[in-house]
Design a protein around this ligand. Structure first.
Ligand code: GLU
Length: 466
């Protein structure tokens, strides 16, 4: 957790260039996605460039498919990059595995200036013997003396501290470069002005600054974003609910809602507002709004944010967003009743994935009775009377619409001297099989007079569950 206060920031003087630099591991964690979002928002806010750089130097762990999941997730979120895979730019290629000649060139510069030396086949960077301070925009000033820090380490076998070489290996004996070196070279080469990344990289930053200094390059602005934790304070892993972006796609979240929630996990708009579209975040986002303390991930809150976004979609957009989830559940999205059912249900669903189950009982050809619903009616002795009253009133309606149906329900209750609830519960169970659902009268309107009357006529306890 960052502790030191930082100053509010001024708008950047130069054209902003940010980057997201994932390793293609096969999934996009919300922590990484939030980093991508903050970089994207900051670049968009100031009309700059957002670069996607693939840190794929670890051949054993990286794969094409692993990258595809990340790219798909970013596209789904709407975080399109200006330069990166599939978008050539002035610094192509954007895959570290293809930039070896650039790294060799920079190594040559460090060799020429005497900053590196060979050690048993590896190449080491001489770390300076001085305090290196980093003024982080979020975390404030941190400092470290790398020489002191790296000259001793705990030896588990010997059970004591031993002396070590503090100089940083930047190229391994097998010729591969280490993360710190390629990360710095690429940030420098690609003209990255702001490095916005997870706080887990804060302790690496003095090393990065030492490399920038040795290369006589100006430093980017650093902004390390505090990590967020599970509700119980534990570290979030990819197995925790809501950890991976593709789960949100499957569950029926809308991208703006996921962006909105991720933004709130590490940034505050300085007022109580909680719901933002991506475009609204662009208008409001700045680095001085990034929280300095860890926040806690709350899946339920994220679901709530999604429900709020669903509520704000216009009917056509809502229908379009729902269509794939209906299709997946085997419900034809072009059923003429779908728009009306969606209009009726939309405030009841917090994710698009919940919609097919809400919709199905209304569109189904046959009623599927919930045993618990039937059990609720088991002790009622008035069911025949209720059914007959309902049939009588509904049959007699000159027009079949929600308002008239509601009136008929009232009249049936009046005729039996019963409360509305006593009429509506059996009516709902007889027609939908369940005790709860959207407003009853519009539900009956959609199901249609013929079907409603037929279901009422056929309904008598005990029902043999269909
Ligand atoms: N590949 C690094 C990571 O995924 C990037 C670190 C950085 O943003 O500088 O953690």
């Amino acid at each position: 957790m960052c502790r030191i206060d930082s100053e509010p920031m001024n708008p950047p003087a130069a054209r902003v260039r940010t980057r997201f630099a994932p390793s293609p591991t096969g999934f996009l964690h919300t922590g990484g996605a939030r980093t991508a979002l903050f970089n994207w928002l900051f670049a968009r806010r100031y009309g700059g460039d957002f670069i996607l750089r693939v840190e794929d130097t670890d051949a054993a762990r990286n794969s094409e498919e692993g990258l595809a999941v990340i790219l798909d997730s970013l596209r789904w979120l709407g975080l399109e990059w200006d330069e990166g895979p599939g978008r050539d730019g002035p610094h192509s290629p954007y895959y570290q595995s293809q930039r070896r000649d650039i790294y060799d060139r920079y190594l040559g510069r460090l060799q020429a200036s005497g900053h590196v030396y060979e050690d048993d086949g590896a190449i080491r960077f001489r770390v300076p013997d001085r305090e290196i301070a980093v003024d982080d925009l979020v975390c404030g000033r941190i400092s470290a003396n790398l020489r002191e820090q790296g000259s001793r380490r705990w030896d588990a076998e010997a059970r004591r501290e031993i002396e070590t070489n503090p100089d940083l290996v930047i190229r391994r004996p097998d010729g591969s470069y280490i993360f710190h070196f390629v990360n710095v070279v690429d940030d420098l080469e690609m003209g990255v002005t702001h490095v916005i990344r997870g706080e887990d990289h804060l302790s690496n930053t003095p090393k990065h600054v030492a490399l920038f200094d040795a290369l006589k390059a100006p430093l980017p602005v650093y902004a390390h974003v505090p990590l967020y934790l599970n509700a119980d304070g534990s570290k979030m892993s990819k197995r925790d609910q809501g950890a991976l972006i593709h789960e949100y796609i499957e569950a029926g979240f809308v991208p703006d809602a996921v962006n909105n929630y991720m933004a709130l996990l590490g940034w505050s708009p300085k007022d109580d507002r909680e719901i933002f579209t991506l475009a609204e975040l662009v208008e409001r986002f700045d680095l001085d709004g990034i929280n300095r303390s860890n926040s806690k991930f709350d899946y339920e809150k994220c679901v709530w944010v999604n429900g709020e976004h669903l509520r704000r979609l216009d009917p056509a957009a809502y229908q379009a967003a729902t269509a794939p989830y209906l299709k997946q559940a085997g419900i034809p999205a072009d059923d003429p009743r779908v728009p009306a059912v969606l209009a009726l249900l939309r405030d009841r669903a917090q994710t698009l994935g919940q919609i097919p189950a809400l919709l199905a009982p209304i569109l189904a050809d046959t009623v599927k009775f919930d045993p618990a619903a039937l059990a609720k009616l088991a002790s009622r002795t008035d069911l025949d009377a209720v059914r007959d009253a309902l049939i009588g009133k509904l049959e007699a309606l000159p027009e079949w619409n929600a308002e008239a149906i509601k009136e008929a329900l009232h009249e049936a209750a009046g005729a039996l001297d019963a409360k509305m609830g006593a009429i509506m519960l059996p009516c709902r169970v007889a027609i939908t099989g369940d005790t709860s659902g959207p407003d009853l009268a519009p539900t009956l309107e959609i199901i249609g007079r013929e079907t409603v009357l037929q279901r009422l006529r056929e309904f008598s306890l005990p029902v043999s569950a269909a």
